[in-house]
Design a protein around this ligand. Structure first.
Ligand SMILES: Cc1cc2nc3c(=O)[nH]c(=O)nc-3n(C[C@H](O)[C@H](O)[C@H](O)COP(=O)(O)O)c2cc1C
Length: 175
């Protein structure tokens, strides 16, 4: 599939096989993550690959929408480094771009993912930071459950013509 096809077909996967992700695929996904754009190109991110089942279970115990985690072979916590923040607010955006790269590159490799919301929920950030032993300056922004899919989902077309405008809000873009 080409890039556009991968983007149009990607869906959140919440059911995984037990098998580990091939290490070379995980490596490619982490390379793709760090290839993301970032404000001032500061690349203010750290990635914690969590494979310890006890930790995945501990995260699912506090996160309200992470019931798939104990059944996933791994998760990647994307953390922003406050010591490298270019200016207020960019850290989360940079990490979101890296997170999306994880989702898209994984989909291209037939690896399933689901983005689990962490930032801006303080309670989730604090709990995840404790579990992954993140120092104070590291802010957990997102968590991605990842593994070989044990589920197939049809692509959905979400294009909404009436959400695109030409030059000014309200003026139809048309075709
Ligand atoms: C910021 C953000 C937070 C999300 N948090 C969760 C979550 O906590 N648990 C979950 O199962 N899915 C979560 N999702 C996945 C969305 O539910 C999913 O992307 C959306 O329903 C669209 O479905 P699709 O990814 O299959 O296209 C999150 C997605 C984003 C972008």
């Amino acid at each position: 599939m080409d890039t556009i096809e991968v983007i149009m077909h990607r869906r959140s996967i919440r059911k995984f096989r037990e098998d580990d992700i091939p290490p070379e695929h995980l490596d490619q996904i982490l390379h793709a993550a760090m290839q993301a754009p970032s404000a001032h190109n500061l690349q203010p991110w750290h990635f914690i690959v969590i494979k310890d089942r006890a930790l995945l279970i501990a995260i699912a115990a506090f996160h309200p929408y992470a019931e798939m985690l104990p059944g996933a072979p791994a998760a990647i916590a994307v953390c922003g480094d406050r010591l490298m923040e270019s200016s207020e607010g960019y850290l989360a955006l940079d990490c979101a771009a890296a997170t999306q790269n994880i989702l898209i590159s994984a989909a291209a490799l037939n690896i399933g993912t689901v983005w689990l919301g962490i930032y801006p929920r303080n309670e989730r950030m604090t709990q995840l930071a404790r579990i992954i032993a993140a120092p104070e300056h590291l802010l957990p922004i997102s968590l991605v459950a990842i593994g070989i899919p044990d589920d197939t989902k049809k692509p959905v077309d979400r294009y909404q013509e009436d959400r695109v405008y030409l030059n000014k809000y309200g003026l139809p873009f048309g075709k």
